[in-house]
Ligand binder design. Structure first.
Ligand SMILES: [Zn+2]
Length: 475
């Protein structure tokens, strides 16, 4: 049974709300703060994939921007770790907003927290943006999909535009979260529609600055990719239980495994007792839709288990080594061969992170050693005992979400489609590909004075207005 009524909640709400909006309000906009001079916007578009930006550039959009680079996300390719790396901020509590708290030995941060907004924004990296939509607003995206997602994205863009026009900050950092839900639920046609409105909006802001004798530079990037596909669910719970493990919400049973399920994504984080790790990895790796399972042996060694075989990653500071234990599961033997041939591997078998980067930028597993160590030892406070990466076309997540919405794109795994966001700018090029932590410096994200944070500065009807305008071709 589906919740048919839910399809009418958001459109009904928007219609009711817009019906009471005075007509003259439709074409009004907030006044532009006269600042003149040079200004710069950095705008984060959550979850917009590189391949879509490339297509749109090919169609003549984003013409004022220089060539886009692939933005290589963290592993798992999820917003929390990716944004923590890019912003250079202290660890996020969990990989996602619903996570396993090791100290309290329980799952925390559910949908209620998100709707209440408190913990979702306050005290997190989200609070550092000059513009971030309210948490409640984001939650509407999953109602009446994809109509809800389209409305929420337009609403988010209108609010961002107003927040910027009201601000006098020379450097303004905004974050649009609705682009991720729009891509998940509406796929490429929906996100392309939205991006052409965005392109127009950014053009207008740049024109406006010039008319006032100033100059506006804009830099936009996304935190991870999103791969378009028909998705199937991974039956990891069933596989673990069949193998004698107990999937639970707190670790109590000797063979207990905690598997937080939130969103619908291409990787999972597992928590279990140390003695279970090897077997849980083997059972996971043998499950349909699993690409590989990984677990740390200590701070400097990670074991990889897949149906293709096994391997071991090791590190010494910023130097990494890959040892094929049979089957070359990450397909890195050739890379190691090339690194050896050019003398980049030392006597202990390690190569520098920049050499790995150069050799794997176009590989199926981009920058795998650094990103896998990052997945276990950086960006989040409650670190997993195992990470499981799914094959393209597979996902796992919240049963409630699966019930409410059908995903036509997702992200999370170590492969290119889910990993590759983009970065482009009107004032600089980032080369062919860029790592998250390099963006911190390139965008000077660590050197700004934060303008007054504006959360949800716009009335609810703005989305309806923009939607109506875009349908009528007014704007
Ligand atoms: Zn997402």
């Amino acid at each position: 049974m589906r919740w048919r009524w839910s399809r009418f909640v958001l459109p009904g709400y928007l219609m009711a709300c817009c019906a009471i909006l005075p007509v003259h309000g439709w074409l009004n906009d907030s006044p532009l703060v006269e600042t003149g001079g040079k200004r710069r916007i950095v705008l984060v578009l959550d979850g917009v994939p590189y391949e879509t930006i490339v297509k749109m550039r090919g169609e003549g959009l984003f013409r004022r921007f220089r060539a886009p680079a692939r933005m290589i996300s963290t592993f798992p390719s999820l917003t929390n770790p990716a944004m923590i790396e890019i912003l250079g901020m202290p660890d996020s509590p969990g990989y996602e907003d619903h996570y396993f708290d090791r100290t309290r030995n329980r799952l925390v941060g559910g949908l209620q927290d998100r709707i209440r907004g408190g913990k979702f924004i306050q005290g997190t990296f989200r609070q550092t943006f000059d513009y971030h939509a309210s948490a409640l607003k984001g939650s509407f995206a999953y109602l009446a999909a994809p109509v809800g997602a389209i409305s929420v994205a337009q609403w988010d863009l209108a609010s961002f535009r107003q927040a910027f026009r009201r601000s006098n900050a020379p450097f303004f950092v905004g974050y649009l979260g609705a682009t991720d839900s729009l891509t998940h639920l509406g796929g490429e046609p929906a996100i392309k529609d939205f991006l052409s409105t965005l392109d127009q909006t950014l053009d207008e802001l740049m024109d406006e600055a010039e008319r006032h004798g100033g100059r506006l530079e804009i830099e936009i990037f996304s935190d991870h990719g999103n791969r378009y596909d028909e998705y199937r669910g991974v039956k990891l719970n069933a596989a673990l239980e069949k193998a004698g493990f107990v999937v639970e919400k707190s670790l109590r049973h000797p063979r207990g495994v905690v598997l937080p399920r939130y969103g619908l994504v291409g990787a999972s984080e597992l928590f279990t007792a140390p003695e279970n790790k090897v077997r849980v990895a083997e059972v996971s790796a043998a499950t349909e839709g699993v690409d590989f399972a990984a677990y740390p042996v200590n701070g400097n060694v990670i074991e990889i288990v897949s149906r293709r075989g096994r391997a071991r990653l090791s590190r010494e500071g910023d130097h990494y080594g890959y040892e094929d234990l049979g089957g070359d599961p990450l397909g890195l033997n050739d890379v190691v061969g090339r690194l050896k041939a050019r003398g980049a591997i030392d006597a202990n078998g390690y190569a520098d992170r920049d050499d790995w980067w150069k050799e794997t930028r176009s590989h199926r597993y981009i920058d795998a050693p650094r990103r896998l160590f990052g997945g276990f030892h950086s960006h989040v406070a409650n670190r997993a005992d195992l990470l499981v990466s799914y094959e393209d076309g597979y996902l796992l997540g919240s049963p409630f979400m699966g019930f409410m919405a059908r995903m036509v794109a997702t992200h999370g795994n170590l492969l290119p489609g889910e990993t590759e966001g983009f970065a482009m700018s009107t004032r600089q090029t980032f080369g062919e590909a860029v790592r998250g932590y390099e963006l911190t410096q390139l965008l000077e994200l660590n050197q700004r004075n934060r303008a007054d944070l504006l959360i949800n500065g716009v009335g609810h009807c703005e989305a309806g207005v923009l939607l109506a305008k875009s349908l009528a071709g007014v704007e």
